[in-house]
Design a protein around this ligand. Structure first.
Ligand code: AMP
Ligand code: ZN
Length: 478
């Protein structure tokens, strides 16, 4: 399978460092507010990558961080010396402390993952739970001579790193990773590109009560160091996949590389860097001040199934920006409903779960996945399969189950919930009761063709039947 690797700027065959255990790290959210549907696009991409690797048989260990300290508004602009502290700002706004903010939004993030059917990563690592690891990493960088102290923090020395023959910012799309234009330059920094490893509260800066003792004094870790410290703690000095939104490509990820490779003696940190394009809203960037930074709760309050958002994400390739509008979500919801209707016509059984059809559709689906996670194409293959009258219902059923392991649209589980509305066998005409018994017999013999033929006869009497792992669902045909 191939991924576009932001580091080499081309599609590359996926060859794991360790063929048996793939390490994957996703930069998680800063838990100071409800995640937006933009954030969720990136976490859905992370889930699709995880599911695709699993589908192709890899054992994947997925680690995600929760940023609950240290993320200043200047960080994304390439400057970590100034800017507002996001946690402190939210704490002040809500009249609580930063720990309650982290608790409230951290819980909301984890609860909401299941709404989008995102698999829980193997490790969820909070920055505040890993302060000793971050301090140890900064110490090792300092010992090698790549850190210096100013009045407001400890900084990574980019020029020194470069003068020792290292390339800084290889990943970045910015010509020069520079201090953000919107924020004031920090005159104590040796180079505008230097970034904070450890921070002290500056005079006049909003304080929060997340502070720790360190060899450099009371303070808190810089934003970038947490991801280096936690990814290496759980995945080792070198691992396969590191993922985040496209904004992280310019400064956050180059900084992670510099810190980690500096500490490990220049072992290449990550093999494949995957970056998801942004979600736009109404054709532009979304923003809290614009009132269009929608959360998953806004989507649900308007009556949409959260999985319609997942379907919407699947309809665009992850490296292309997609534009969210309510009309686009309407069509995604309609698409998902139609898909469920089609799938509901199939028969499911325990056996279908293990048979796993092997045909041209499976090949096309896998080709789409292998082609840098081409989900729109994968979805198109599913639609084509459902419309193909030459494929037996049981083959369709098993393929749908297997495709949905990656797509994660709960195509199968949703229809199982129809069980309650099922007619019971004794409510049916005697001819239909007999046909159901005949079909059972054929299924026991694994004679799927005859079983399907009987099913069609049952349809002629005006009944639709579906096998689920919970039993048979019988409904009048609509
Ligand atoms: P943050 O909470 O700002 O650290 O962002 C968490 C993740 O969401 C990062 O991987 C960001 O790159 C990503 N992200 C932020 N905004 C968007 C957006 N509009 N579309 C897609 N991903 C986004
Ligand atoms: Zn990160």
């Amino acid at each position: 399978m191939k991924f576009y690797n932001s580091l080499s700027r081309k599609e590359e065959e996926f060859v794991p460092i360790n063929p048996l255990h793939v390490g994957m790290y996703t930069c998680g959210p800063t838990i100071y507010s409800f995640p937006t549907i933009g954030n969720w696009r990136t976490y859905t991409l992370s889930d699709l990558t995880f599911r695709t690797l699993k589908y192709f048989g890899y054992e994947v260990r997925h680690v995600m961080n929760l940023t609950d300290v240290g993320h200043l508004s200047g960080d994304n602009l390439g400057d970590s010396s100034t800017g507002e502290d996001r946690m402190a700002k939210a704490a002040e706004k809500e009249g609580v402390d930063a720990w309650s903010i982290a608790g409230k939004y951290g819980r909301d993030f984890l609860d909401s993952m299941s709404l989008l059917n995102i698999n829980m990563p193997d490790v969820i690592a909070k920055a505040t739970d890993h302060v000793p690891e971050q301090i140890a990493l900064i110490e090792s960088i300092e010992k090698k001579g790549y850190a210096y102290k100013t009045t407001d923090g400890v900084y990574f020395d980019v020029a020194k790193y470069e003068s020792d023959g290292n390339t800084y910012g290889e990943l970045s799309t910015l010509d020069v990773i520079k201090e953000g234009a919107r924020v004031e330059a920090n005159l104590e920094k040796k180079d505008p590109r230097d970034f904070a490893l450890w921070k002290f509260f500056a005079k006049g800066q909003k304080r929060h009560n997340m502070e720790w003792e360190s060899p450099w004094g009371m303070g808190f870790p810089g934003w970038h160091i947490e991801c280096s410290a936690m990814s290496m703690k759980y995945l080792g000095d070198q691992f396969e996949v590191h993922l985040g939104g496209e904004d992280l490509r310019s400064t956050h990820h180059p900084n992670e590389i510099a810190q980690s490779e500096c500490a490990t003696g220049h072992k290449p940190f990550v093999k494949y860097w995957i970056h998801g394009a942004f979600l736009l809203v109404d054709g532009g960037r979304m923003g809290k001040s614009l009132g269009n930074a929608y959360s998953i709760h806004d989507i649900m309050n308007k009556g949409y199934d959260p999985l319609s958002l997942r379907y919407f994400y699947l309809s665009g390739h992850y490296r292309k920006q997609i534009n969210f509008t309510w009309e686009a979500l309407d069509s995604a919801q309609n698409g998902l409903n139609r898909l469920r209707k089609e799938v509901a016509k199939l028969g499911f059984s325990e056996l279908d779960m293990v048979v796993g059809g092997d045909n041209e559709y499976k090949k096309s689906f896998e080709k789409a996945l292998s082609d840098d996670l081409n989900m729109p194409e994968a979805l198109a293959v599913l639609w084509k399969l459902l419309g193909d009258e030459n494929v037996s219902l049981s083959d369709k059923a098993s393929l749908v189950i297997s495709f949905d392991q990656v797509l994660g649209l709960k195509l199968v589980q949703e229809e199982v919930s129809d069980l309650d509305e099922s007619l019971s066998i004794d409510q049916l005409p005697s001819e239909v009761q007999q046909l159901i018994k005949d079909r059972e017999e054929f299924r026991k013999q694994k004679n799927w063709e005859e079983a399907d033929a009987v099913r069609n006869k049952i349809s002629d009497f005006g009944y639709d039947i579906k096998d689920t792992s919970d039993g048979l669902i019988i409904k009048p045909l609509s």
